[in-house]
Write a protein that binds this ligand. Structure first.
Ligand code: NAP
Ligand code: HSE
Length: 440
């Protein structure tokens, strides 16, 4: 084995942490306990020198002396003995101004903060570029799954057509258990909260906001443009009925909450959205179970790729942070910085109403002659062609389950509205997009 000499390694890169909770504490542990091995492997020596927390009274089991702890994060950023800043406190305030201050001082920054990167990522990346230092954020999407670096570096020459991800572990856990056990949303959510998978206030996860932030980051990167999380139309999973998961299975589909970002070449526009969808059970994303995440990338040259792993948790997320710290430290010592994705203004963010998709529609209906014909006419009048129709139940319990061919989404909405108003239709029970069979 070759051991790096002091000359090879150069001066130690001194790191200041902003935050030391779930992700920060594990990152500090790895950087400290594996310091020698990291130096041997990477050729750069990294030391955690200062750590800012909110409450100095909290008992912490850290492999560093208590004297490195402070409750003044701005002082950590400004300190002369800090070369590199790790932001793992979360939120936009004060994290955003602290990251900006570090970059203004030409200190590289590593962050795990999807909220900050989805809101202000492009502006902060421009600041990093102007200062000629790194702003790395691998942990912000997919936790421990390498996806930011592959998109930025490995696929730099790729023409990416679409990125489709299961990027929220809580909702994937809930949907998997509803699918496999036939249990209802409320019961599984309560169980997930008791087990610590879901937050007591679950809205960020179950209403899709966490996935929307990750969709914005992925779209910004994949298409070299600026997509803000407020540009991402978002639907969550609260309204999902286990009955539809069962029917979907029988039709060969699995329901997943997807973050989808795609580029429309003709319109020169990006559409990034979050919605629950039926995907063919043969699709690689269909087998991503429980709290696992995966990001599926479709490129013109490399074809289809899937990046899979733990989307959260101390160990996986800290590993992504540590990888970024080592990278940024090495670049700092070499007077370099990692690749910067140039962004350009597109024609715009595409309007979802013009997007096309196949649909799953379930209607509770009266079981009498002519009802199906009236419903089919409502769809036909809006140019929506039905691919398959299944009648379930009889008489008072009858329901029609339809899969449409790919159609303009606004036309499907209009057809469903008309069908829902027909005398023979008692209720529009479910409407869900379907990822096309040819994509499986
Ligand atoms: P956390 O456990 O709540 O830790 C936050 C840390 O920041 C705590 O140490 C807290 O101090 C400190 N802090 C918060 N506000 C502060 C302030 N104003 N001044 C000084 N210190 C402050 O959060 P986490 O789960 O580690 O998440 C950190 C970041 O990683 C977030 O951006 C999150 O979205 C991202 N992330 C987390 C995961 C995950 O699995 N947890 C996965 C991917 C990404 P105290 O310890 O004194 O409270
Ligand atoms: N709450 C997120 C999830 C993890 O359930 O996947 C942090 O991004």
């Amino acid at each position: 084995m070759t051991t790096a000499s002091a000359d090879d390694v150069g001066p130690t890169v001194r790191v200041g942490f902003l935050g030391c909770g779930t992700v920060g504490a594990e990152s500090v542990r790895i950087l400290t306990q594996r310091r020698e091995a990291i130096t041997r492997y990477s050729g750069v020596d990294v030391e955690v020198v200062r750590i800012a927390v909110r409450d100095l009274g909290v008992e912490r089991d850290l492999p560093v002396p208590d004297t490195v702890l402070t409750d003044d994060p701005a002082a950590v950023v400004a300190a002369d003995d800090i070369d590199l800043v790790v932001e793992v406190m979360g939120g936009t305030d004060p994290a955003g101004s602290l990251v900006a201050a570090a970059l203004d001082l030409s200190k590289p920054v590593v962050t795990a903060n999807k909220t900050l990167m989805a809101a202000d990522g492009p502006a902060l990346l421009d600041k990093a570029r102007a200062a000629n230092v790194d702003l790395l954020y691998e942990a912000s999407v997919g936790g421990g799954i390498p996806i930011i670096r592959p998109l930025t570096e490995t696929l730099a020459g790729e023409y990416v057509r679409r990125v489709m991800g299961i990027v929220n572990g809580t909702t994937n856990y809930i949907l998997t258990r509803m699918d496999e056990e036939g249990a209802g949303f409320d019961a599984v959510l309560a169980d997930a909260q008791a087990l610590g998978y879901a937050e007591a206030e679950p809205s960020a996860d179950v209403d899709g906001h966490d996935a929307a932030q990750k969709a914005a980051i992925l779209a910004t990167l994949a298409f070299g443009t600026r997509v803000h999380d407020t540009d991402v139309p978002t639907e969550g999973i609260r309204g999902i009925d286990a009955h539809d998961l069962g029917l979907g299975r029988r039709l060969g589909y699995v329901v997943k909450l997807l973050a989808v970002a795609e580029y429309d070449e003709a319109a020169d526009a990006v559409l990034a959205r979050v919605f629950p969808a039926m995907i063919p059970d043969s699709h690689p994303l269909a087998n991503v179970r429980l709290s696992y995440n995966a990001v599926f990338v479709e490129g013109e040259s490399a074809g289809r790729m899937m990046f899979y792993g733990h989307g959260a948790g101390a160990g996986p997320t800290a590993m992504a942070v540590v990888g970024d710290v080592v990278d940024a430290a090495r670049n700092l010592r070499q007077g370099a910085r990692g690749p910067h994705v140039s962004r350009r203004a597109l024609h715009g963010i595409k309007d979802g109403a013009d997007a096309t998709s196949q649909y799953y529609v379930r209607l509770e209906v009266e079981d009498r002659p002519g009802v199906l014909a009236e419903i089919a006419r409502a769809f036909g009048d809006h140019g929506v062609s039905l691919k398959s129709v299944l009648q379930e139940g009889r008489e008072a319990d009858a329901e029609l389950v339809m899969i449409t061919h790919a159609s303009r989404e606004a036309d499907v909405d209009a057809a469903v509205a008309v069908a829902g108003g027909l005398d023979g239709v008692e209720n529009v029970a479910a409407v869900m997009r379907v990822v096309a069979d040819e994509d499986a």
